[in-house]
Design a protein around this ligand. Structure first.
Ligand SMILES: Nc1ncnc2c1ncn2[C@@H]1O[C@H](COP(=O)(O)OP(=O)(O)OP(=O)(O)O)[C@@H](O)[C@H]1O
Ligand SMILES: [Mg+2]
Length: 273
């Protein structure tokens, strides 16, 4: 299954969810034999998710020799799609992979794909086609815009998870995102399902948060997942270049509980039980 994590708004936690869900699914599946693998794909030219999963900080050299994902998306790659995939730095179950990306290459790929969008929206689907059966789950992080990369993710995906902050701006962002999902569904990908609306960075001491959470539940019902609060440990794990589950281990921290519930809901709704 392929899950896109998308929201047409900066900062509600797309990258945080994409990385933690990918790692969380990998950990959930790790007990099976043969051990299923999970793939993380970072379509945001900022490449935060890819650097994070490789255990690197922005500015660290990535030591990519030869092609990266952008060469494949542009049809310019020499080797097989698997050649641009590496094992992620976590979780310790060692069954999470990540696709190599060069930020500049991905920014250029976005420009080129945008120039011929009729064809350009199928580039990711075509890249994943020969390799998707090797993975129990593919999680795709996207940029905060409805450009070619986000459209590629929504065309290739079976499900989309939409993170949102419980603010008025968050509600606007959600509505815009749902409109784009609807368009993609009608024109290109009728099977695309909304896996969940994921409230993130919530502070229930604020009345606006409570009010908007109730509103979202009324309007979108079961689509609204249990919220993830603003938790220092979630940001801290990312600064250590780890997922929250690897970082906190078996500690019964609320950050693990909340993110774990999102992972469980995604697994259930995408049929990964
Ligand atoms: N639940 C949380 N608690 C605390 N900090 C969080 C939480 N979720 C995300 N953050 C922090 O908020 C910031 C934005 O999150 P993130 O980068 O995941 O958002 P994004 O939607 O991918 O942003 P962009 O649109 O720029 O790609 C990051 O610094 C991240 O560590
Ligand atoms: Mg991001």
């Amino acid at each position: 299954m392929i899950l896109a994590v998308s929201a047409l708004k900066g900062g509600p936690g797309k990258t945080t969810f994409a990385v933690n869900i990918a790692a969380g699914l990998a950990l959930r599946l790790a007990g099976r034999t043969p051990r299923p693998r999970v793939l993380l794909v970072d379509l945001d030219p900022q490449a935060h998710a890819a650097y994070w999963a490789l255990g690197k900080s922005r500015g660290d050299p990535l030591h990519i020799e030869g092609d990266d994902l952008s060469a494949h998306l542009l049809g310019a790659a020499q080797g097989s799609p698997l050649e641009v995939i590496r094992q992620a730095a976590f979780p310790p179950s060692a069954n999470l992979d990540v696709v190599l990306v060069r930020p500049q290459g991905m920014a250029q790929a976005e420009r080129v794909l945008t120039a011929d969008l009729a064809d350009g929206i199928y580039a990711l689907e075509e890249y994943l086609e020969p390799i998707r059966s090797a993975y129990a789950a593919v999680v795709v992080d996207t940029p905060p815009s409805a450009g070619a990369m986000t459209l590629n993710a929504l065309v290739a995906a079976e499900g989309v998870l939409i993170p949102m902050e419980l603010t008025k701006m968050g509600v606007d962002g959600l509505r815009e995102t749902l409109a784009v999902v609807d368009k993609i569904r009608k024109r290109h990908n009728p099977d695309l399902r909304i896996i969940g609306i994921a409230p993130n960075r919530c502070d229930f001491r604020r009345s606006e948060t409570n009010e908007i959470y109730r509103l979202m539940q009324q309007q979108y019902q079961d689509l609204v997942l249990l919220p993830v609060s603003e938790r220092a440990q979630i940001a801290y794990a990312s600064s250590l270049r780890q997922d929250i589950f690897t970082h906190l281990g078996r500690a019964q921290d609320q950050a693990v509980v909340e993110m774990g519930r999102v992972v469980a809901a995604v697994a259930r709704r995408m049929g990964l039980q």
